[in-house]
Write a protein that binds this ligand. Structure first.
Ligand code: NDP
Length: 302
């Protein structure tokens, strides 16, 4: 594809980063440190000051940013922002690769891949799984999906940001994985804040409460792995043996959390959602099953 382009060939290894929130800035720094020439563009130009001082080049327009590199990494709040930025630069997209590491829905990622293809550009969807300070460290990993060939062409530069976990050709899949991971993350964070607020009504500070609560959060992986070589095997087989804990027992506790939270005047959205999962399973006659049966309440009628 690159041979078909008729504008200036960008420098070898050049990367463009569009979007300079904490993640875009961290990615820019990581790429610069590895010797890549990096061109950046951000709606609020002042956010580029730090990375420009470290060696990045600030492009005057999105079009100039795109034309500076074959590989264009986008780190934005959502996909709407990508169109807002690139709609005036579509004539320069042919032959380049867009790697969009922004959160959105799987369907919008698929639409964006088709949009990019319509302009002659390759497209990878990415979901970065670490916070900004960890970008480029050993612990960093990023889910990708899209054409295998596009992934391989840019694997070396993308590996600098974090270990790539390639999920396949469907551009929606990496986005779905990102949303699935963030569903765990955001729900757990809300649960931690709910519990902290609850203990706060008894005069316990967050500094006292959180170490206790984090120990419980940390143990969830171990609990899920206990008794199963691979967590999810029984669930996949449609088995929910209630020999150690049951929907009825957990459902009763979910009632108690709602009652406690009500008495304390706390927000009830989270406890009521959890309670509904257990009530659904009990109403469907599965009170004696393992708590994993609540997945049917969540799947809904199919
Ligand atoms: P921010 O949300 O702080 O910044 C987002 C960027 O999007 C900014 O550059 C902002 O420009 C730009 N932007 C938003 N809307 C528009 C628009 N309509 N037109 C032009 N530019 C726009 O970014 P983060 O770095 O925190 O996050 C970026 C992505 O990475 C998100 O999708 C997030 O889910 C994901 N992520 C974030 C992590 C984190 O720890 N922060 C961890 C893992 C993934 P401006 O500066 O002008 O406002």
């Amino acid at each position: 594809m690159n041979e078909q382009r008729n504008h200036t060939t960008p420098q070898d290894k050049a990367v463009t980063v569009i979007g300079l929130g904490p993640m875009g800035r961290a990615m820019t720094r990581t790429l610069l440190a590895a010797g890549h020439p990096v061109t950046v563009w951000n709606r609020t130009a002042g956010r580029a000051d730090g990375v420009v001082a470290e060696g990045a080049t600030l492009a005057a327009t999105p079009r100039a940013a795109v034309e500076a590199s074959d590989l264009v990494v986008l780190s934005l709040t959502d996909y709407r922002a990508m169109y807002d930025i690139l709609d005036g630069a579509t004539a320069s997209l042919a032959g380049r690769t867009l790697v969009n590491l922004s959160s959105d829905t799987p369907d919008r990622s698929r639409e964006a891949a088709a949009w990019a293809a319509g302009h002659g550009a390759g497209f990878l969807t990415g979901g970065a799984m670490v916070p900004a300070p960890m970008v480029g460290t050993e612990a960093s990993y990023v889910y990708y999906s899209g054409p295998d060939k596009v992934m391989e062409n840019h694997r070396a530069a993308l590996t600098l940001l974090g270990t790539p976990k390639y999920l396949g050709e469907d551009p929606g899949l990496a986005q779905m994985m990102y949303q699935a991971q963030l569903a765990v993350f955001l729900t757990t964070l809300s649960a931690l804040m709910h519990a902290t607020a609850m203990l706060g009504t008894a005069g316990m500070t967050a500094a006292e409460a959180l170490p206790e609560l984090l120990a419980a959060a940390d143990s969830i992986g171990d609990i899920m792995r206990a008794g199963e070589e691979s967590p999810g095997t029984a669930l996949d087989a449609g088995e929910h043996p209630g020999d150690l804990s049951t929907v009825t027992m957990m459902g009763a506790t979910s009632d108690h959390i709602v009652e406690t939270s009500t008495a304390l005047g706390l927000d009830l959205a989270l406890p009521l959602a959890v309670q509904a999962h257990y009530r659904g399973a009990i109403e469907n006659g599965h009170g004696g099953d393992n708590w994993t049966r609540i997945i049917d309440s969540i799947r809904g009628p199919r």
